[in-house]
Ligand binder design. Structure first.
Ligand code: DAT
Ligand code: MG
Length: 140
């Protein structure tokens, strides 16, 4: 398995509850290295571009408003098979379905407010990292 990078977001429901450190500990315990990280406050339009793939879904407006409701922490995680590994650490989209010990099982409030985002494939990881970070900000 190759060394990969993936885009992670600690969402507003988690930053509001001061969970950034606890979530980062789960990433680091799983062998994922945080090679870039910053706290930002998205506008609804910026969230809308990020989640454009979901624009036809009924929850799109609610999702964009939620992502812009409070600051988020955007980060790049690096490691062996980082994209799939991060999805494992995150757990299923709906916390009711998430395996014990995952971020979403422990911290997510609902399917909509589910604490973390993680890229789902190499192509989306590359595009999502480039949306938030310049090459100079990625310190391997
Ligand atoms: P994931 O974040 O696990 O990749 P996704 O890409 O299918 O899940 O959806 C993106 C986000 O949209 C998800 O984290 C929360 C929101 N969402 C998905 N399904 C939803 C639903 N049924 N109701 C409300 N929000 C939903
Ligand atoms: Mg997704």
């Amino acid at each position: 398995m190759a060394i990969e990078r993936t885009l992670s977001i600690i969402k507003p429901d988690a930053t509001r509850r001061n969970l950034t450190g606890k979530i980062n500990a789960k990433f680091e315990d799983a062998g994922l290295r945080i090679v870039a990280q910053k706290r930002i406050h998205l506008t609804p339009a910026q969230a809308g571009i990020f989640y454009e793939v979901h624009k036809e879904r009924p929850f799109y407006g609610e999702l964009c408003d939620f992502m812009a409701s409070e600051p988020v922490v955007v980060q790049v995680l690096e490691g062996e098979g980082a994209i799939a590994k991060n999805r494992e650490v995150m757990g299923a989209t709906n916390p009711a379905d998430a395996a014990a010990g995952t971020v979403r099982a422990e911290f997510a409030e609902s399917v909509g407010e589910n604490s973390v985002h993680g890229s789902d494939a190499p192509e989306t990881a590359a595009a999502e990292i480039a949306y938030f970070f310049s090459g100079l900000e990625l310190v391997g």
